[in-house]
Design a binder for this molecule. Structure first.
Ligand SMILES: Cc1ncc(COP(=O)(O)O)c(C=O)c1O
Length: 364
């Protein structure tokens, strides 16, 4: 893709990069002020101890209660993370043994494959198919498959699919019946459109469930590297032991900024989400106008579209970058079942997204 983008530049084409899912919005100003003030406070310069993380743990527990009606103990059921990605890799190390089975959706966020490999896990994939709204069919998992962990993510990257509270109740019950830990990766919890509000898997109870939250998308703080894990006390304690050998929690100033972000009124997150909704509403009609088949997402910062002309997704993405300067992610990068699709990240203003669709429309 990089080489294709360079060739497009060489031909004088401006690049419209829709391939990377990093929010281009700024964090709330009050969050930045909190961080700036913290850098002037010498109390933030030392190693943060577990006890120093209490304000962020309290803010995370209060957020989960306010937003999802979930009551957790901030001492035993919540742990700050250096981002959800860090949290997932360490959580898998903490709760599994090598050769344990991990049930992983296909397609999925690509770092899941690496986290599974680092933990030495045996991956069994769970198909996410368009005809099932990209929700897995757990009843199709053979009885002899006894996974240590089931990993889910809704609102979903890359498909933008959403799941309701009943789905999480069923998934949690399925996991409890098998002694499987349900890990729900939830970085798009607040990136939802219109009247749609994403539920938490923790609404099905914290026992046997861990949810990973991130401020990267909800508060546009991807570079800050901060999030939190919440749920099953045994799994959280195991994660804390592994992290204790690896890191010292996020910088205290970032913890203060994150705690403030989590306590802001919900309208702050809604305003950011509305920007992505406006982009969705610009891109989708423009794609349909050039003959693309694409569902309207209710959440996330992506559009998952079928590649036209049955071309394979990598060949299409390379050709699109080279000939039109529009960079998208090939579906194959997200797993075998991602083939046939490409992912558009809604990380440009509406007029640029319309321009991207117009350029793609010129591809023969
Ligand atoms: C599903 C999913 N999980 C985790 C992450 C990374 O989150 P964080 O920035 O908190 O590590 C992303 C980022 O794109 C994602 O899409």
């Amino acid at each position: 893709m990089d080489a294709a983008k360079s060739r497009a530049r060489g031909r004088g084409l401006g690049i419209i990069d829709l391939s990377i899912g990093s929010s281009d919005l700024n964090p709330p100003e009050a969050v930045l002020d909190t961080l700036r003030a913290a850098t002037h406070d010498p109390a933030t310069y030392r190693y943060p101890l577990f006890s120093d993380t209490l304000p962020l743990r309290d803010a995370a527990a209060a957020y989960l209660h306010r937003r999802f009606g979930v009551s957790l103990n901030a001492d035993t059921e919540v742990l700050p993370l250096i981002g959800a990605q860090e949290g997932l890799a360490h959580l898998l190390l903490a709760v599994t043994d090598p050769q344990d089975t991990l049930l992983l959706p296909d397609p999925c966020y690509p770092p899941y494959f690496g986290a599974a490999a680092v933990a030495g896990l045996n991956v069994v994939t769970l198909p996410l198919l368009p005809e099932r709204g990209f929700l897995p069919d757990l009843s199709a998992v053979p009885n002899h498959v006894r996974p240590r962990v089931l990993l889910l993510n809704y609102p979903n990257n890359p498909t933008s699919a959403v799941a309701d509270a009943a789905f999480f109740r069923e998934a949690a019950a399925w996991c409890r019946a098998r002694g499987t830990l349900l890990i729900h990766d939830h970085p798009y919890a607040e990136l939802t459109f219109g009247d749609y509000h994403a539920p938490s898997a923790l609404e099905a109870g914290a026992e046997g469930v861990v949810e990973l939250h991130s401020l990267s998308k909800t508060h546009h703080m991807g570079g800050f590297r901060v999030g939190f894990a919440a749920g099953d006390a045994g799994a959280i304690a195991a994660l804390a032991r592994v992290k204790g050998a690896v890191d010292f929690h996020p910088y205290l100033g970032i913890q203060r900024a994150a705690a403030l972000a989590l306590s802001l009124p919900s309208e702050v997150c809604r305003a950011g989400a509305a920007v992505f909704q406006e982009r969705r509403d610009a891109l989708l009609p423009a794609l349909r106008e050039i003959g693309w088949e694409v569902q309207t997402p209710q959440a996330s910062m992506y559009a998952w579209a079928r590649v036209p002309h049955l071309t394979d997704s990598v060949a299409f993405a390379v050709r699109a970058a080279e000939e039109t300067g529009v960079a998208v992610s090939p579906g194959r990068a997200f797993g075998r079942l991602g083939e046939g699709f490409v992912r558009f990240a809604l990380v440009q203003p509406p007029e640029v997204l319309r321009e991207a669709a117009a350029r793609l429309g010129g591809l023969s």
